[in-house]
Design a protein. Structure first.
Ligand SMILES: Cc1cc2nc3c(=O)[nH]c(=O)nc-3n(C[C@H](O)[C@H](O)[C@H](O)COP(=O)(O)OP(=O)(O)OC[C@H]3O[C@@H](n4cnc5c(N)ncnc54)[C@H](O)[C@@H]3O)c2cc1C
Length: 322
């Protein structure tokens, strides 16, 4: 006898702020959710100190995500540590497969898979991850006590990262390809400017990584103080991120010109039964934050509840004939 895959009212892909909020709302609507996510807590969990989440004057991002997770445990929502590799639609029922070989069915889907950090695509960049190359200042800053390091980028993550690094490193360069910072939150920019050991290099790009067993220096595409090479033992690449849209593409979900999932105000996509929430969507423009992701998770769960309530037998029939 073959075992039928378990059927849910909503399958939520992700384990960040959007996914956990969606899971909590779905449970409170008394539909049957499952949360399947690759990495606990998403970007918030590695975001360091969070000072702009209401109710918590300051809290470590990891601890905040533990708080997000708590209600799911209370309501008995299954949270599976796995990567969703494919979602296909059969009538009104979705079939979900994971990297770990699990399969389930769901009447509706919430894509809350966030964004992938960009790389510089330089020779030895991948090889030296953990030997000087990092994409997470918050995670690796303490490893650079007394070193000289560089941060690449000009957005909020780069500016926050450089400020944090200034507390550990002896000297921090922040290298940005444009002529001034315009995108960071003013409060973060002010903190950067107050750090006396941070030097900004504008209109410059990193074109090579140098060293032996690990990073020892970087080359720029222009001279700074008479040299185009800088001796650094750490480079923190904070140059933005691309929405993870493989699953959306499989489902025929519409994307905008920067590959964000287009959603309406309830998080519905153009594909019936498929919702999306958080940083993977176009819902909050440039304000991609924990609070906006959480709110979108709540909205998407509401849309999933409405859809699942209107299609109570979608996966029952599918399971019966599978
Ligand atoms: C360094 C840094 C500092 C930040 N600081 C702040 C701050 O101070 N305040 C603030 O409000 N925001 C901050 N942010 C932004 C905030 O972290 C994000 O806006 C928020 O995490 C977005 O939540 P999300 O759930 O949409 O996506 P994410 O948090 O990115 O979560 C995506 C989830 O999807 C999972 N996933 C990906 N692909 C799959 C798949 N195929 N199957 C299953 N799961 C998958 C991931 O593993 C992850 O669990 C910061 C971000 C960074 C990088």
């Amino acid at each position: 006898m073959t075992t039928q895959p378990e059927a849910y009212d909503v399958a939520i892909a992700g384990q960040g702020a959007a996914a956990f909020a969606a899971g909590m709302y779905a449970a409170r609507y008394q539909i049957k959710p499952i949360v399947i996510g690759e990495t606990f807590g998403g970007e918030t969990a590695i975001g360091g100190l969070i000072e702009n989440y209401p109710g918590y004057p300051e809290i470590d991002g990891f601890d905040l995500m533990m708080k997000f997770r708590e209600p799911l445990d209370t309501y008995g929502v299954p949270v599976v540590d796995d990567k969703v590799t494919s979602i296909s639609k059969h009538g009104d029922c979705f079939e979900i497969d994971t990297e770990g070989g699990q399969k389930c069915l769901a009447t509706s889907i919430i894509l809350a898979v966030g964004r992938e950090r960009r790389t510089l695509n330089l020779e030895r960049e991948e090889e030296w991850i953990g030997r000087g190359v990092s994409y997470c200042s918050v995670c690796d800053a303490p490893l650079h006590r007394g070193n000289t390091v560089a941060v690449v980028g000009g957005g909020d993550s780069a500016v926050k990262g450089a400020t944090l690094l200034s507390k550990y490193a002896e000297k921090v360069y922040i290298i940005y390809r444009r002529e001034a910072f315009t995108r960071p939150e003013p409060v973060n920019l002010r903190r950067l400017e107050e750090a006396s050991n941070v030097e900004a290099i504008f209109n410059a790009n990193v074109i090579a990584l140098e060293g032996g067993d690990g990073l020892e220096g970087i080359a720029l595409d222009r001279e700074h103080n008479g040299a185009s090479e800088l001796d650094v033992h750490g480079i923190f690449i904070e140059i933005g991120a691309d929405p993870r849209v493989d699953l959306a593409r499989q489902l025929g979900v519409n994307l905008n010109d920067i590959d964000e999932i287009i959603v309406d105000k309830m998080g519905r996509t153009n594909v019936e039964g498929v919702m999306a929430a958080g940083d993977v969507t176009d819902a909050s423009g440039d304000l991609k934050q924990t609070i906006t992701a959480a709110a979108q998770g709540a909205l998407a769960a509401t849309a999933a509840y409405e859809w699942a309530s209107a299609h109570p037998n979608a996966c029952r029939w599918h399971a019966a004939v599978a």
